[in-house]
Write a protein that binds this ligand. Structure first.
Ligand SMILES: Cc1cc2nc3c(=O)[nH]c(=O)nc-3n(C[C@H](O)[C@H](O)[C@H](O)COP(=O)(O)OP(=O)(O)OC[C@H]3O[C@@H](n4cnc5c(N)ncnc54)[C@H](O)[C@@H]3O)c2cc1C
Ligand SMILES: *[C@@H]1O[C@H](CO)[C@@H](O)[C@H](O)[C@H]1NC(C)=O
Ligand SMILES: *[C@@H]1O[C@H](CO)[C@@H](O)[C@H](O)[C@H]1NC(C)=O
Ligand SMILES: *[C@@H]1O[C@H](CO)[C@@H](O)[C@H](O)[C@H]1NC(C)=O
Ligand SMILES: *[C@@H]1O[C@H](CO)[C@@H](O)[C@H](O)[C@H]1NC(C)=O
Ligand SMILES: *[C@@H]1O[C@H](CO)[C@@H](O)[C@H](O)[C@H]1NC(C)=O
Ligand SMILES: *[C@@H]1O[C@H](CO)[C@@H](O)[C@H](O)[C@H]1NC(C)=O
Length: 530
């Protein structure tokens, strides 16, 4: 089912930009004209702009809410270094996930990290100590137990994938492989949280078995199983800003900062974008890179209303919240040589479970900074309550973990509230159970001249920063093709030249969709076929 109309009109409108958007207001004529409007200046937006530049399309604008590029790759000042200056900590993305191996494909984010000398260190997940409410208790053998069973589960997910089997929850997949923690087995619950929720920002019960495992494979088997933690004091967004500087001038007028998009009207003639300050941009095409959370929360009004197939896809995928809570102390009282500390709370799964030391060797040893992460319901709870309340809770946990120490009050304390941040409405997306690739194609498909890109539109790398890069590039390349000679032939229905595929009717959970795109973890077949 291909969606293709008005191609010739598209090419013409692109040249003359005489967009006559039917829903547009009278002042449309006053709107700034451009060929491609990129909504959002995060990783996807910058990749899209670079891909347009690479295709010699220089008439674009990036419309960005904040006063900087980077989006969910965002940092802030925190605490104090010995020289009196604050440290930089990452509120959002923090790792380069899956690097690359000799002769194999490389994660583009890793390429940028090397190119721009981003400071980062290998995250050693075996540098971990385990705790419960009585203090240090060694249940680390459960980590190996999970990992062995996970390998069986992963193979089973591979069979479901290649045989078009019915998806399950990751919970079901693990249970069939022999991992079924009892509800009161808090050590196993903590281990499972560390292995799953910490990455997906949702519990196994809320996650797709097939696509959860496939996503894991596509990043960690395809590139490499290494995760490097970024602690660069210039901020992780440096790679996005530097990459943008390769094709944008200083203060490039094509980047509109502090610009809040409130309304978007679209048709098969063009797209008009209205901003909070009353100004507008009228474009032949637009690429919307707003997060799934922004779309779900109706933070921007789209007119006409999205068709049902689009709306359903937006409501079906899930936006997780991942909250890092930072503490600085006057000393590092926790083990100096260890990177991670896992805490099993006696009553609540996911209650301040993973603690990470920035004082560990290879990071920032003199910082005396530690942070703890919560996700999902615990993140919503924590983000709703006051800093004081949260500080009290985390200090009580630390005192349980180290009952023999006299733990001082932190000298600095801070955490972001991603679930209510108006330009994000959450942290990153997840793939819910029994949700087909077709449904995902509906999330990714364009509506008329309005295209979508970003972390969530990546079937292979949803959630990850590299997913945002691939998707920004892909949308821009498709639009560049539509604008170029290559697609002047209106009878050419090859997908590169037309609209993205969408399905008004879905085939339930046993789809006819082309799952071979996932073909184990060899992703090359995906790019050849798309
Ligand atoms: C806490 C957290 C931890 C993470 N950890 C990792 C990690 O370790 N590794 C990893 O690979 N990924 C991680 N991610 C995910 C990664 O950050 C994202 O996948 C990626 O940054 C998404 O890029 P994007 O361009 O798709 O979206 P965004 O970065 O969200 O870009 C969209 C842009 O649109 C702008 N915008 C939104 N609404 C409006 C509006 N109304 N008007 C104008 N502009 C608007 C936003 O300001 C934003 O700049 C993490 C994310 C979070 C939040
Ligand atoms: C643009 O071209 C440069 C140089 O070939 C390349 O390194 C970069 O990855 C391209 N960017 C995109 C988004 O395609
Ligand atoms: C994941 O990778 C493993 C190891 O290569 C493979 O056995 C399995 O089939 C893959 N599963 C999925 C869902 O891709
Ligand atoms: C923008 O959308 C809001 C909410 O749907 C609506 O009330 C308002 O009239 C719209 N404004 C414009 C300028 O279209
Ligand atoms: C915590 O560990 C102690 C020591 O091994 C054990 O006695 C206790 O039962 C554990 N708590 C829970 C909730 O399992
Ligand atoms: C940190 O503060 C505590 C409580 O005020 C104090 O007892 C301790 O000596 C301090 N540590 C250092 C290294 O100054
Ligand atoms: C246009 O595309 C169609 C379908 O690919 C092809 O049959 C036809 O020859 C093309 N026409 C021209 C003028 O290239």
């Amino acid at each position: 089912m291909f969606y293709k109309k008005g191609l010739l009109a598209a090419a013409l409108a692109a040249q003359t930009c005489a967009a006559s958007v039917s829903q547009a207001r009278d002042d449309n004529a006053k709107c700034k004209k451009t060929t491609v409007a990129i909504l959002g200046g995060g990783m996807a937006g910058v990749a899209a702009a670079q891909a347009l530049s690479n295709s010699s399309i220089h008439d674009f604008v990036i419309i960005e809410y904040r006063d900087t590029l980077g989006g969910r790759v965002a940092h802030t000042d925190f605490g104090k270094a010995p020289n009196g200056k604050p440290y930089t900590v990452e509120l959002g993305a923090n790792w380069v996930q899956g690097l690359g191996s000799p002769g194999g494909p490389e994660n583009p984010v890793w390429t940028f990290a090397k190119k721009w000398n981003l400071k980062n260190t290998y995250s050693d997940y075996s540098s971990i100590l385990t705790y419960n409410e009585t203090g240090y208790v060694d249940y680390s053998s459960l980590l190996d137990e999970f990992e062995n069973l996970y390998n069986d589960a992963s193979e089973a997910a591979g069979v479901l994938l290649t045989q078009n089997g019915q998806d399950q929850t990751a919970r079901t997949g693990f249970a069939l492989a022999g991992w079924r923690p009892k509800i009161d087995d808090m050590a196993r619950q903590a281990v499972e949280w560390w292995e799953w929720d910490w990455e997906d920002a949702y519990a196994p019960d809320e996650s797709s078995f097939i696509f959860g495992v496939a996503g894991e494979n596509l990043t960690f088997n395809q590139f490499s199983d290494e995760n490097n933690f970024v602690w660069d004091q210039r901020g992780y967004s440096r790679i996005i800003i530097k990459e943008a500087s390769t094709f944008l001038k200083d203060n490039d007028p094509r980047v509109q900062f502090n610009s809040i998009v409130t309304n978007v009207t679209y048709s098969d003639d063009g797209v008009t974008i209205y901003k909070e300050d009353g100004s507008c941009v009228s474009a032949a095409y637009a690429i919307c890179t707003f997060s799934l959370g922004v779309l779900q929360n109706n933070a921007v009004s789209f007119s006409p209303k999205f068709p049902d197939w689009k709306k359903t896809a937006i409501e079906k995928f899930t936006m997780g919240t991942y909250t890092k809570i930072f503490l600085q102390f006057n000393e590092t009282f926790w083990p100096r040589d260890t990177q991670y500390f896992l805490y099993a709370d006696p009553t609540t799964r996911g209650y301040y479970p993973v603690w990470q030391s920035l004082s560990a060797p290879g990071f920032i040893p003199e910082s005396n900074i530690i942070f703890v992460t919560v996700v999902s319901q615990e993140a919503y709870r924590v983000e709703r309550q006051s800093d004081e309340q949260t500080k009290e809770e985390v200090m009580a946990v630390l005192r349980q973990m180290y009952p023999d120490l006299d733990i001082p009050e932190p000298t600095a304390f801070m955490y972001p509230r991603w679930s209510t941040t108006p330009w994000a409405h959450g942290s990153y997306s997840n793939w819910p159970p029994s949700t087909t690739l077709e449904m995902h194609e509906n999330l990714r498909a364009n509506v008329d001249r309005l295209w979508f890109a970003g972390e969530a539109t990546s079937a292979e790398y949803f959630g990850f920063l590299h997913g945002a890069w691939f998707e920004g590039r892909d949308a821009a390349e498709q639009i560049a093709a539509l604008l170029g000679d290559k697609c002047a032939n209106i009878s050419d229905t090859s997908e590169d030249c037309g609209n993205r595929r969408y399905y008004e009717k879905l085939y339930g959970s046993s789809p006819l969709a082309d799952y071979s795109v996932f073909d184990g973890w060899s992703v090359s077949s995906f790019y050849e076929s798309s």
